[in-house]
Design a protein around this ligand. Structure first.
Ligand code: GLN
Length: 261
């Protein structure tokens, strides 16, 4: 009788160990696919050149954020796996533990800090606007009163523009949708992150539109991890510090933005 009890207890223990191992998942960004490699599951909204984008016919996601997270992952000894998710689905995916980190030109702000932990800031950004080249009536953000403005869903642009009185806000899925709407005459302006607006105007050969100088906000981008994942936040900060010190960050910055501003 006694022996049977012991055996039963052993069986329960063994089962518990297997179950735990199976459920560990990527909670601590340590799941491997059985190969022993540590995988960092990264979520990003691949619609934000020059931070994250995909050239037609190319498999690889590219951009400043992509290079940065690959360098950080390498420094941490992790294999980086990037998933393309809609921007407003990134924080829910992190909370649901489908991904371990977000890198997506994501602005560090108090509202998001209630749901995620952010790394040290890695890029200084802010919001500007793009209008049609022949636009005469919009020179500053004050002029947006009574105008139609396109913004990307779930972004700081969407939040900030809705604070300006008398603006008709059109919320679209991607910055590309916003720019298309502007060119088609469906809106009078697009509010979006400065480096993305600048890249759109100067690098993607956009015609008939211009970016205005005035900045609505100054914002810092951060890498987000789960609210309960302080350990990963610290690992990322340590790796980030290392690549800043060893010149890797500067190299990546220069590749996408030229000289450091
Ligand atoms: N920086 C903006 C934000 O965090 C926009 C980011 C994005 O569209 N990828 O809301």
């Amino acid at each position: 009788m006694k022996m049977r009890k012991v055996l039963a207890l052993l069986a329960v223990c063994a089962f518990a160990v297997f179950a735990l191992a199976g459920c560990g998942g990527s909670q601590n960004a340590s799941s491997g696919s059985g190969s022993g490699a540590k995988v960092l599951k990264v979520g990003s909204s691949i619609d934000f050149a020059p931070f994250e984008f995909q050239d037609e016919g190319q498999k690889e996601y590219q951009g400043f954020d992509m290079d940065l997270i690959r360098a950080i992952g390498k420094e941490m000894g992790y294999e980086v796996e990037i998933q393309n998710l809609g921007f407003d689905g990134l924080i829910p995916a992190l909370q649901g533990k489908n991904i371990d980190v977000i890198i997506s030109g994501m602005t560090i702000n108090d509202e998001r800090k209630q749901n995620v932990l952010f790394s040290e800031p890695y890029y200084q950004s802010g919001l500007t606007m793009v209008v049609r080249s022949d636009e005469q009536g919009i020179k500053t953000f004050q002029d947006l009163k009574g105008k139609k403005v396109a913004v990307q869903m779930g972004t700081t642009s969407a939040a900030e523009v809705s604070k300006i009185d008398g603006v008709e806000v059109k919320t679209l899925n991607t910055p590309a949708d916003c720019f298309m709407e502007l060119k088609a005459g469906g809106v009078d302006a697009v509010v979006n992150d400065r480096p993305v607006n600048d890249y759109y105007i100067t690098k993607s050969g956009a015609t008939g539109v211009k970016a205005l100088e005035e900045k609505l906000t100054a914002e810092d981008y951060g890498i987000a991890v789960g609210k309960d994942n302080k350990e990963l936040q610290e690992k990322i900060n340590a790796a980030f510090k290392k690549i800043k010190e060893n010149g890797e960050y500067d190299k990546i910055f220069a590749k996408w933005f030229g000289e450091k501003k």
